[in-house]
Design a protein around this ligand. Structure first.
Ligand SMILES: NC(=O)C1=CN([C@@H]2O[C@H](COP(=O)(O)OP(=O)(O)OC[C@H]3O[C@@H](n4cnc5c(N)ncnc54)[C@H](O)[C@@H]3O)[C@@H](O)[C@H]2O)C=CC1
Ligand SMILES: O=C(O)[C@H](O)CS(=O)(=O)O
Length: 472
């Protein structure tokens, strides 16, 4: 069984208290991980701060390390994918995709390390500044605290650690307690790629306790977080003047207009809606379909859904694995039952078996049902008819969230109209809201968060602009 300590500076520190990590399908115990106390948080921040002040790595060295780390991840793809299957419960097919995407995220970050530039400012064009010459550069912030979630634990961590290092920062990192093994993989990979000790410090343990100590620590210059809106809100409130990037929840709307390729729309909504058993913040959740084509679309949606196979996530044939815990599956099942109690109809699915929830399609839903207005984070699609496009857009926007949305239509004017009117950080046309390429700016408005990820955009938020003015 794996036993790991906290990685602070060059030490792997064992602690008295540990916590266990389980295989999410078989419940077999996989690992025992050291649980950080307040003194460890203090030490991790101290080491990160001291390492930052040494300022040892040049941009090219940062590029080399991140590039090498990407290649090492690629080389170990299968082994890493198996760890993701075990600790998250995602299927082996999904896990391989996550490793491929992590490689891309690290490569993109490495490239950005070479592009950290600035701009000459045309100061002489300002009256009274004829003798001035100026420019700005981007400087690292210092110590960045990364707090990462369980659902895409490797790639979403790469999206924080990669840009933070590329920009010249140091990091204190707290991964989700359900899935720390992929964090150790990334940590070991970075060290093997030549990252000197102290640049990334990995501390594990309870989110609430570590979160409290990390937020109190004024030596931390920035927080970058992916997770629930509740925790994100706390971080925003407690970080004061320090910067936060928050990638939070969503209840992604997708519009299927009458002129769409219905087969493509149904296939994409099924594939992307049930990917990772719906545990993605851009997972398809609300499908607004024009009334004239609702029955035909629903028929196709059911047809694709019925082809999905639930089961052992290690099995190459499996499409849907368990949720992260039985507790989460209980919650999703309660939400389904509550909706049914309030008049919703189960078109397909709806049953629970331990941590598994059948891929579920609901209709006759109402805007105030949890399965519509909150983030399900499970394999549940709701299908809602509409008459006019404006009405679909109004309902799509009627949400506290605003991360990504999708629209299926063959009419360019409809597509562009929706792209303008949908209140989300990203609008995906003729694919589902769940589409994400790791290089694009990714993030939400409203309660879906603050800031954008995608290495180029994350780096903008992990650096400060410094203006230099010369009086000539
Ligand atoms: N946007 C997304 O990708 C994600 C959304 N969620 C949403 O959140 C729900 C709950 O999932 P959880 O994993 O429990 O999310 P969470 O927000 O509790 O956990 C995310 C990370 O924050 C840490 N954390 C927990 N409490 C904290 C605190 N007080 N201060 C600082 N860090 C803290 C956790 O240990 C973990 O590393 C999901 O059902 C889903 O709706 C969860 C994970 C990812
Ligand atoms: O937060 C999430 O759930 C992810 O950003 C979705 S993705 O990046 O894995 O597509």
């Amino acid at each position: 069984m794996i036993q790991r300590g906290l990685i602070i500076g060059s030490e792997e520190i064992r602690t008295e208290e540990v916590f266990s990590v389980y295989n999410k399908f078989s419940n077999e115990k996989l690992a025992q991980i050291a649980k950080a106390e307040e003194k460890h948080v203090d030490l991790a921040v101290q080491v990160a701060k001291e390492t930052f002040h040494h300022d040892a790595l040049s941009p090219y060295e940062r590029y080399e390390i991140l590039n090498k780390a990407a290649l090492l991840l690629q080389k170990r793809k299968e082994e890493i994918a198996k760890t993701l299957v075990a600790e998250v419960g995602k299927t082996i097919k999904e896990a391989r995709i996550e490793v491929d995407r992590s490689v891309q995220t690290m490569l993109l970050s490495s490239e950005e390390a070479k592009r950290l530039g600035g701009e000459v400012l045309p100061l002489s064009a300002s009256p009274g500044s004829e003798n001035k010459f100026g420019y700005y550069v981007r400087s690292p912030i210092g110590v960045i605290c990364a707090i990462t979630p369980f659902n895409v634990p490797l790639n979403l961590s790469c999206h924080k650690i990669g840009p933070a290092l590329a920009a010249g920062n140091t990091v204190v990192w707290k991964p989700a307690s359900d899935t720390p093994l992929s964090a150790y993989i990334l940590m070991d990979t970075l060290l093997e790629a030549g990252l000197p000790a102290g640049y990334v410090n990995l501390i594990c343990g309870s989110g609430a306790s570590l979160g409290k100590w990390l937020l109190q620590d004024q030596r931390i210059g920035k927080y970058t977080f992916t997770g629930s809106s509740g925790v994100g809100k706390k971080m925003k409130e407690q970080s004061g003047f320090r910067s936060v990037s928050l990638e939070l929840g969503n209840n992604s709307p997708n519009i299927v207009h009458h002129d769409a390729d219905l087969d493509q729309a149904a296939q994409m909504c099924t594939l992307r809606g049930f990917f990772s058993a719906g545990q993605a913040c851009i997972s398809v959740q609300r499908i607004y379909v024009q009334r004239d084509v609702k029955d035909k679309f629903l028929e196709k949606l059911v047809e694709y859904t019925n082809k999905l196979k639930l089961g052992d996530p290690f099995d190459e044939e499996t499409d849907i694995g368990p949720l992260i815990s039985v507790g989460e599956a209980n919650r999703v099942k309660e939400w389904i039952d509550e909706a049914v109690g309030q008049g919703a109809k189960i078109v397909v699915g709806g049953q629970q078996d331990g941590a598994f929830i059948e891929p579920t399609i609901l209709e006759n839903v109402k805007a105030e049902m949890k399965v519509v207005c909150q983030e399900v984070f499970g394999p549940v699609l709701t299908v809602i008819p509409y008459d006019e496009l404006d009405d679909a857009i109004r309902q799509a926007n009627d949400s506290e969230y605003g991360l990504q949305s999708g629209i299926f239509t063959s009419n360019l004017n409809h597509a562009m109209y929706a792209a303008k009117k949908l209140q989300t950080g990203g609008v995906i046309i003729n694919d589902a809201s769940t589409y994400r390429a790791d290089l694009m700016p990714y993030g939400g408005i409203k309660n879906s968060g603050i800031g954008r990820e995608g290495p180029r955009f994350a780096i903008e938020q992990m650096t400060e602009l410094k203006v230099v003015v010369m009086n000539l």
